[in-house]
Design a protein around this ligand. Structure first.
Ligand code: AGP
Length: 368
């Protein structure tokens, strides 16, 4: 049943392992041969998307991180300027809303107080329309939005959000390609990304098989009090999400920075007691990231790198490399989330914390 752990020790682990199936569910019926079916967003979506000239994305926590990834995608493939903000800031600001702006909320529960209040605030401010990307049908957010896209992740019980996040990212890639299609994105690019999306569940399945290798890394964190996550581009929000997971369930203080910011301050913190985790798939920013990694190494920092199997990066003293199957560079943020989830899970298990019900936290924050 929905609330059973089955053979898994924790709901979080079960939910991590459900990701291939729920990502497939999030794609189901929404892909054409060569492009995304725009009508997945509702019968009026095509006409509305045609008018969209700006997007404002508002969410909290992990859902906010999904929005941050989407900004890279939407600006690149749909050519539409995007702002992303946490709901608790957005709702108390004198927001300026340019004409023809689409308001997008992201939420697993659809009941997060600040996100819901942000939607109600936005409805008074002359947006073109509101779109909710949400996991719970019939939730307040879904009922009060003009357009909705359900993430199809199924019930998520663990307080630490896992499958809700990767299905949100999947849904946001669908939004990117639907909007891109309406805005004239090259057909070849659409077809390539649709094909890559079709391969995504299988790829995530392969990454899950690396679990024993991720578990082997976790011992290096259990005794530490701090950790630093680095990423560039669309992997910066993935670094933020990796740090949030580690904080939530293992109570290890973790921070995330865009790798290029290292020299502007956080490098001062790096020593042998501060493990550094880097998300380094094979994209154009890899060379820059490599030089950041050398800086960490030169200060005695212990490095853990998650990298594409095609990347030339040797393991050496102080540098552990976990190789992931090759993935289309655009979809890498979804795939690289998975080992970070597993890492925080295993660290928490080693520390003996309450993985599914971390102290002080509630699954959904329905009061401000
Ligand atoms: C994620 O692991 C958190 N527990 C939390 O940040 C969560 O993502 C946030 O409260 C937003 O919830 P929602 O997606 O249900 O709106």
């Amino acid at each position: 049943g929905a609330a059973s752990k089955g053979d898994y020790r924790h709901f979080m682990l079960k939910e991590i392992h459900e990701q291939p199936a729920v990502i497939a569910a999030a794609l189901e019926g929404r892909l054409g041969e060569q492009s995304v079916l725009v009508e997945s967003f509702g019968p009026e979506a095509e006409a509305l998307f045609d008018r969209v000239r700006q997007i404002h994305i508002v969410a909290c926590g992990t859902s906010y991180h999904a929005g941050m990834v989407a900004r890279y995608w939407l600006e690149r493939f749909a050519g539409v300027p995007v702002q992303v903000e946490v709901a608790s800031e957005y709702r108390y600001r004198q927001v300026v809303v340019p004409e023809d702006t689409l308001f997008v909320t992201l939420s697993q529960s659809g009941e997060t107080a600040d996100t819901l209040a942000a939607l109600r605030f936005a409805r008074e401010r002359g947006y073109l329309a509101s779109l909710a990307i949400c996991n719970v049908p019939g939730s307040s957010l879904v009922r009060e939005s003009d357009l909705t896209l359900m993430t199809q992740a199924g019930p998520e019980i663990g307080v630490a959000s896992t499958k809700a996040f990767t299905t949100q990212l999947t849904a946001l890639m669908l939004l990117t390609l639907a909007l891109g299609r309406v805005k004239g994105l090259d057909g070849g690019v659409q077809a390539e990304l649709v094909a890559a999306l079709r391969g995504l569940p299988g790829l995530v399945e392969r990454v899950l098989r690396l679990d024993p290798q991720v578990e082997a890394l976790s011992a290096a964190f259990a005794e530490k009090h701090h950790a630093l996550f680095l990423g560039r581009g669309a992997h910066f929000p993935i670094a933020l999400e990796g740090a949030l997971k580690l904080k939530e369930i293992s109570y290890i203080h973790a921070e995330a920075y865009p790798a290029g910011e290292l020299k502007h301050g956080p490098l001062a913190l790096v020593d042998s007691e501060m493990p550094v985790i880097s998300v380094a798939p094979n994209d154009e920013l890899l060379d820059k990231l490599k030089s950041n990694l050398q800086e960490v190494r030169a200060r005695g920092g212990e490095l853990f790198v998650f990298a594409d199997e095609q990347v030339k990066l040797e393991e050496e003293e102080g540098i552990r490399v976990l190789r992931l199957p090759h993935v289309h560079e655009v979809l890498a943020p979804i795939v690289y989330t998975v080992p970070l989830q597993l890492l925080s899970y295993h660290v928490a298990v080693l520390k003996g914390t309450d993985v599914d019900q971390p102290r002080n936290l509630a699954k959904s924050v329905t009061v401000e």
